[in-house]
Design a protein around this ligand. Structure first.
Ligand SMILES: Cc1ncc(C[n+]2csc(CCOP(=O)(O)OP(=O)(O)O)c2C)c(N)n1
Ligand SMILES: [Mg+2]
Length: 349
């Protein structure tokens, strides 16, 4: 099933430019994609120096995240993300420093923006998909404006939660958009071992709209998500977008993909780099050039440096903080665990 695309692999526009994208927004998309690429390098370096816990790089998938995010209205729409959606979370207003603290497991990193439309990133695969549907269904019943967007991966799409959520979205006409990032891998499990079907076709089985999109084409991702959002807010129900992309890096900093990724396949995937494709088109349109690229990289690096300063200023976290902020009244089991932890700490000091 050929994915929908607007930019061909050589960076030529093959259809109409979607509405709502002026020069400033296009440059904003480019900057956020560049931020993702540079953040991967910086976060991996910080992890290697023992400053971060686990980091999930998103190199190769920037267009799927950024295109789908820019098509939403962050003033009314809600984001329910999987763990590889750092760019979507930043787009919804998560400060970069807070994101880094979250990757360190610092309690300050758990603080989400006060506006309440960004939900915590989910690590338990697809466990957030039913939450997204419940949220969207509730918004529809209350007549609240907006829609919900929920990202997860090809591996997560095999979970019962994903199937249940999509079916529930169908029968409730929930204004929700599932963006399934098919990046070819679930850690070391290739997509060919994950499913024999086309992920986008599952939509038909549950009575929602479905589209297979070139996830390395930021304009196609934008257009497909904008169309899905229009349908959602007009009462037309849910959409499943399968973003066909490729994970260029490791699953996380705890993974060594050279053990299982074929080098030739990876080289081939690199020729479809979403940043290169978008930059080629932007440059041909006179919307981008070396000067703008350098300015964008300087802006990105400055944001990352500021975030690292904020991260350093937060200081070390107290491990006992894991017992805080969970229950208003601490249950006896947790109290026992806290006492055990404190006793062990006494012994260790
Ligand atoms: C319910 C559950 N089972 C297993 C895991 C361990 N796990 C973490 S990531 C991952 C692979 C997920 O692949 P995919 O959904 O394609 O997302 P990607 O990492 O490729 O972005 C697995 C099996 C988990 N986090 N949650
Ligand atoms: Mg995957």
């Amino acid at each position: 099933m050929e994915p929908y695309r607007l930019l061909d692999p050589e960076g030529r526009l093959t259809g109409d430019l979607p509405d709502g994208l002026d020069a400033d927004r296009l440059a904003g998309m480019m900057r956020l994609m560049l931020l993702g690429r540079r953040l991967d390098e910086k976060a991996i370096a910080l992890q290697r120096r023992g400053k971060l816990g686990t980091y999930a790089p998103l190199s190769g998938q920037e267009a799927a995240s950024v295109g789908s995010s820019f098509a939403m209205d962050t003033d009314v729409d809600r984001l329910v993300p999987q763990y590889r959606e750092q760019l979507a979370m930043l787009h919804w207003g998560l400060p970069l420093g807070t994101y880094l603290l979250q990757r360190y497991g610092h309690p300050k990193g758990a603080r989400l923006p006060e506006h309440g439309r960004l939900y915590p990133q989910q690590v338990a695969l697809a466990a957030h998909a039913p939450h997204a549907v419940g949220l969207a269904w509730g918004m529809r019943l209350r007549g609240e404006p907006g829609a919900v967007i929920c990202h997860f991966g090809d591996g997560a799409s095999s979970e019962g939660d994903a199937h249940e959520a999509m079916n529930l979205a169908g029968v409730t006409d929930a204004p929700v958009i599932f963006v399934i990032q098919n990046n070819g891998w679930a850690i070391s499990v290739p997509i060919a071992s994950q499913t024999r079907g086309v992920i986008a076709r599952r939509a038909e089985g549950v009575g929602i709209a479905g589209r297979r999109v070139d996830g390395n084409d930021v304009l196609a991702m934008y257009a497909a998500t904008a169309e899905a959002r229009r349908r959602a807010v007009e009462g037309g129900g849910a959409t499943l977008i399968e973003a066909v992309t490729y994970r260029l890096g490791a699953h996380t900093t705890a993974d060594d993909p050279t053990k299982y990724v074929d080098a030739a396949e990876l080289e081939d995937a690199r020729t479809r780099d979403p940043l290169v494709r978008f930059r080629t088109w932007m440059t041909a349109e006179g919307l981008w050039d070396d000067e703008r690229e350098q300015a964008a990289i300087a802006w990105v690096d400055e944001r990352i440096e500021e975030a690292v300063v904020e991260f350093d200023a937060a200081g070390p976290a107290d491990p006992a903080a894991m017992f805080e902020h969970v229950f208003a009244d601490e249950p006896p089991r947790l109290a026992r665990q806290r006492a055990e932890y404190e006793a062990a700490r006494e012994l260790g000091s």
